[in-house]
Design a protein around this ligand. Structure first.
Ligand SMILES: NC(=O)c1ccc[n+]([C@@H]2O[C@H](COP(=O)([O-])OP(=O)(O)OC[C@H]3O[C@@H](n4cnc5c(N)ncnc54)[C@H](OP(=O)(O)O)[C@@H]3O)[C@@H](O)[C@H]2O)c1
Length: 244
């Protein structure tokens, strides 16, 4: 299993480790990744450093650290901005950090999964795949491309016992969300607590999600019980997205 050091990636790592999986943690810093792996329950965990800003380097690092039978495709997001400010360079960088590394990791792990006739590719996407987010134009455009890529991949890999799905988080309480709330508060001239309270009013279950909430869903998708689920995205958002 390939996971992350903080936030949603760490929640997935913990959830799978609790179930007895040997987890490999990746992040930009080797020591931080090693510390995150060392803190997991169970044995057999590992770690390595890679930077999603370098898609070819990520693919090479994953190939060297593998093989993996379950892989979390958890790229960083992209800086905020409206569509009128989405430059060609901004769009290119969104593709380079959010789509090309996914393709690179898939290239590194899918052949082994096909040989084993078993594998799980599970991406973290965003509610923007269902409802575009005007303030996250670059991310919104590329997330849809990621979803299309995963859908095509699910068709190709299904006959070999490999499922391909994505989890669609709503508001998950991580460093990233806390920074986004702080930035929104600065723009609106209010406090992060006020931003949080306004968002909570939009979430039917009345709280932000936790990395563990997402980890439990990913763990289910990673298991044999989810063998018939592929080519789809499943929301984990407390009812936040108002779409069917
Ligand atoms: N939190 C939410 O509410 C939410 C909602 C929808 C979608 N998402 C998406 O879910 C994904 C994860 O979000 P999060 O909230 O878990 O973020 P986070 O708390 O900021 O964690 C980001 C993780 O990615 C790693 N990372 C960051 N930049 C990297 C890079 N260039 N190369 C390699 N690893 C990198 C970090 O590890 P190191 O710092 O150790 O490198 C860390 O483990 C993002 O794509 C985000 O857009 C999040």
């Amino acid at each position: 299993m390939l996971c992350g050091t903080r936030g949603i990636g760490a929640g997935v790592a913990l959830s799978l480790a609790r179930r007895g999986a040997a987890v490999t943690v990746s992040g930009r810093d080797a020591d931080r990744a090693a510390a995150a792996a060392a803190g997991l329950p169970g044995t057999g965990h590992g770690s390595f450093a890679c930077d999603f800003a370098d898609p070819a380097g990520v693919a090479a690092a994953v190939a060297a650290a593998g093989p993996f039978d379950i892989v979390l495709l958890n790229t960083p997001g992209h800086p905020p901005g409206p569509v009128d400010e989405l430059s060609a360079e901004g769009l290119r960088s969104a593709f380079e950090t959010m789509l090309l590394p996914v393709r690179g990791v898939v290239d590194a792990v899918l052949p082994g999964m096909r040989r084993n006739r078993w594998g799980r590719l599970i991406a973290i996407t965003s509610s923007s795949v269902d409802v575009p987010i005007p303030g996250l134009a670059g991310s919104t455009v590329v997330r849809s491309a990621v979803r299309s890529y995963l859908k095509l991949l699910a068709e190709s890999a299904g006959p070999d016992g490999v499922t391909v799905n994505h989890v669609i988080p709503g508001k998950v309480d991580t460093d990233r969300l806390r920074s986004a709330d702080a930035a929104a508060a600065r723009r609106a001239g209010t406090s992060p607590d006020a931003v949080r309270a306004a968002t909570l009013a939009e979430i039917p279950v009345g709280r932000y999600g936790t990395p563990d909430d997402v980890g439990e869903l990913v763990s289910f998708l990673a298991g044999d019980a989810a063998a018939y689920i592929t080519g789809t995205g499943i929301r984990c958002d407390g009812g936040y997205v108002r779409a069917f």
